[in-house]
Design a protein around this ligand. Sequence first.
Ligand SMILES: Nc1ncnc2c1ncn2[C@@H]1O[C@H](COP(=O)(O)OP(=O)(O)OP(=O)(O)O)[C@@H](O)[C@H]1O
Length: 493
Amino acid sequence: MLSIFQVLKNGICTQKKKKVVVEQKVEAPKSESESEEQPKVVEHDFRRARRKESLDQIEQEMTKRRTQEIQHRNTLLKKLKIKISGDNINAPILTNFAKMKNYLNQDLMNQLTKSGYQKPTPIQMVAIPIILQKKNLIAIAPTGSGKTCAFALPTLHNLENHKEGGPRCLVFAPAQELADQLYKEFNKFNKELKIKQIQEMNREKQAFKQAWNHIDILISSPLKFLKLHKVVDLSTVEYVIMDEADKYFELGLLAQVKQLLRILESLQITYMFFSATLPEPVEDIYRELLIDPIKIMIGGRNHVLSRIDQQLRYVSNEYGKIQEIKNLINEGQMTPPVLVFVQSKTRAEALMYEIEQLKVIRVNCIHGDMESKTRQEIVEQFHKGTIWMLICTDMMARGIDFKDVQLVINYDFPQSMITYVHRVGRTGRAGKQGKAITLFTDDDKSMLRSLANVLKVSGCQVPEWLFQLPIAKKELKKKRERFPVKRENIEDQ
Ligand SMILES: Nc1ncnc2c1ncn2[C@@H]1O[C@H](COP(=O)(O)OP(=O)(O)OP(=O)(O)O)[C@@H](O)[C@H]1O
């Protein structure tokens, strides 16, 4: 006869997963020797109960840890001002690049080590795992925060080895200098893939077509690409990256970009749009094109990093500006390299001439009227440090990565706040401190209220009087974007 204890035990055991063992015991004929084994069964079941208890404990512990990890991750994301929206995305890598060995191939890991990068920047923490998932992406992150590496590394990983037949990735940049820079940055990490810029490929159509078949990544401006795309087969394209994704609209290239996107529409493409400033209407245009895009925003739209010390100086008129430059030189505040932004090519030439006359600073200027080779040489000299001060137009405001620029001077007040964000973003890059001084005259007062908003979003102390100023009307802002303020000639001061 079974004791109550045994029945209870067997009853309990039959509900357990490993039923078979217990059922065998119930069905087997009973014997003296078996009854002697009863304590063993009890012990066995007791151990099982203990094991279940401890499994439950482990599960509870794991759930607790998972919750803690998510909480910790969310706290860190909040601290780093990272916002992500979208479904089913890989978790960010919030520690160091070594952790990426589970994601990136060994070659890329080796190149990363050589580059000296140790810790991913916030945009790299989140964008790299998402691009590896081949998801459509809209990413907004501050100037100098490493967006190029954020899209270049995972794209190189996704493309793996060289394949003949035509490029699998198209990278678009709005200016030649930026395309050159992207080319260098991709090549920094690349060993296997063949990357070309459109201007390196022969303009003669047949030769272009032939060269097309042997490359993996093509870097171009949308305009140049539109001139040549008809002679090649686009069916190999899998990825499209648009750097400075809002600049095309600023340049009035909306129709061209739409045309480009229409051409690519029938293909299965993963899109990546990157910028430090992506106005909502532009974002909406891109969104229409994408299926379930993931959006990453670091900081905010038009966000200037807090490590850039932004200063405003009232100089009343054009004469005041040149005096202020002399003061800054005399006060020893012009530690090179210095970038100075003006609103036109003629003003760039004129200011260079004025500063040359002082004979204290090695100065040059750069603008779109110069031959591309001359521009390349000037950029090179500024990189090397043979030019200390470079006076430029807004052609150099976006994307250009001059190392360690100490000071940006907005000699002429920028035509829009988007331009302001990009100009001052030429300093304070790659984790360094930077300084930006913006001169304003009576002609610029109507734009100060908008600047106050940018300063506020960037976490700066903003003098209260700036918020008392009237907000410039939309029409006025638009007018200023299109037609720069008429200013007195620099040479007449
Ligand atoms: N993880 C990293 N660690 C150290 N330096 C980095 C890292 N990632 C990028 N950099 C460096 O930071 C600098 C700025 O990078 P990058 O030009 O990609 O910035 P960006 O976000 O594209 O800026 P912009 O909006 O002005 O184009 C470069 O000199 C780059 O080499």
